[in-house]
Design a binder for this molecule. Structure first.
Ligand SMILES: Nc1ncnc2c1ncn2[C@@H]1O[C@H](COP(=O)(O)OP(=O)(O)OP(=O)(O)O)[C@@H](O)[C@H]1O
Ligand SMILES: O=P(O)(O)OC[C@H]1O[C@H](OP(=O)(O)OP(=O)(O)O)[C@H](O)[C@@H]1O
Length: 332
């Protein structure tokens, strides 16, 4: 795979492999160039490069996810690459906004980033898993009471960190007679642009809406909903290793978002209870040595578990138990 030199959002990102080769002698630091050019066919083991957000809101949650998935590493202070202790891979700590590009261009094999960033980067990658974190939406926001729709804003001045997505959104709304929409690229505090007179509206992320409201803005339209995803380059050095990582993370997500629910129920109430606990695929049912009674076990989403217990009880189930899952591989 050829290495390229390109500039990433203003940061000097010369050839990644070359830059890493000048990093410290610490034993936790892999020299990627050596690993990079190794390939299963030349007798060396493949070594995966895994891009993870180096700071910001994504970083902490992703570190927790990696720990839960049993991806162990030790990161030396101020070093942006750490070799995994128990898998042939190295974590590369990169700005969240650049990870899609690195994966798309094959500088790293897999990565964790937002769907918003992926869409903005316009790269070809495989989306392996939705991680259920970092959920928010990319929205058109304008000063309260000024504009009712994106159509009214087409042709006006828009500030955003997502020029490609914003440009596409408004281009689709520009009629022949209107001027093209003027997209101004801003890297942070985008919501201040209207107050400063730089823009008529902004396209920015909204989670709770607190920032938007504090800036005197309101949501005019949603460009896209987004969450954090695990992505891979279609030509990653080892499809098998990519699958190992995917399975580990999927297992951790299952273990943290689902609980096992078991209960006993008379056969006459079974159908109703099965609709309450359909499981991930289907519930397991085994006969009890007690007339027409059966024991049922099914996975239920953790956040719905208390309501499920109430409903099961009302439907005639007894001995209802919830069990947390420590680790799991459930054919996700
Ligand atoms: N409330 C939110 N605001 C912005 N991004 C969010 C929010 N919630 C989740 N995200 C996701 O996190 C991504 C940004 O990640 P993060 O904040 O870690 O990166 P960053 O912007 O480079 O960090 P920093 O906070 O240092 O600017 C977004 O692209 C989006 O996918
Ligand atoms: O709806 P909310 O919960 O208020 O979250 C949305 C805000 O969070 C992000 O900004 P961030 O904190 O990353 O700072 P930034 O403006 O420098 O990007 C985003 O750009 C919004 O401004």
């Amino acid at each position: 795979m050829q290495r390229s030199a390109w500039v990433v959002r203003g940061a000097a990102a010369t050839s990644v492999s070359a830059a890493w080769c000048h990093s410290t002698e610490d034993e936790s630091v892999v020299l990627p160039q050596r690993w990079r050019h190794s390939h299963p066919t030349n007798g060396e083991r493949p070594h995966l490069l895994f891009g993870v957000p180096k700071k910001g809101r994504m970083h902490e949650r992703v570190v927790g996810l990696l720990q839960g998935a049993g991806i162990e590493y030790r990161r030396a202070e101020r070093v942006d690459i750490a070799r995994c202790k128990n898998l042939p891979l190295s974590l590369v700590f990169l700005p969240a906004a650049d990870i899609a590009k690195y994966v798309g261009e094959g500088e790293v094999d897999i990565g964790i980033t937002g769907e918003d960033i992926l869409a903005e980067s316009d790269v070809e990658v495989d989306v392996l898993l939705k991680l259920g974190i970092g959920k928010c939406r990319l929205s058109v926001q304008a000063p309260v009471g000024k504009f009712k729709s994106s159509e009214e804003l087409a042709g006006k001045r828009i500030a955003t960190s997502f020029p490609r997505l914003a440009g596409r959104h408004f281009a689709a709304l520009e009629s022949g007679s209107k001027e093209p929409t003027k997209i101004k690229v801003i890297s942070g505090s985008v919501e201040a642009a209207c107050g400063l007179g730089l823009a008529d509206a902004v396209v920015d992320l909204v989670e709770t809406g607190t920032t938007m409201k504090a800036a005197g803005l309101e949501e005019v339209a949603v460009v896209m909903h987004t969450q954090t995803v695990l992505i891979a380059n279609p030509h990653a050095v080892s499809a098998e290793l990519v699958e190992t990582v995917r399975k580990r993370i999927a297992g951790y997500l299952t273990a943290t978002t689902w609980v096992m629910c078991t209960y006993n129920v008379h056969r006459e109430n079974l159908e109703r209870c099965k609709t309450i606990t359909p499981g991930k695929k289907s519930p397991s049912i085994s006969p009890l040595e007690r007339g027409d009674w059966v024991a049922v076990s099914a996975l239920v989403p953790k956040k719905h578990a208390p309501a499920v217990m109430d409903e099961l009880e009302a439907a005639g189930a007894t001995d209802i138990l919830l069990t947390g899952l420590v680790g799991s591989r459930m054919g996700d």
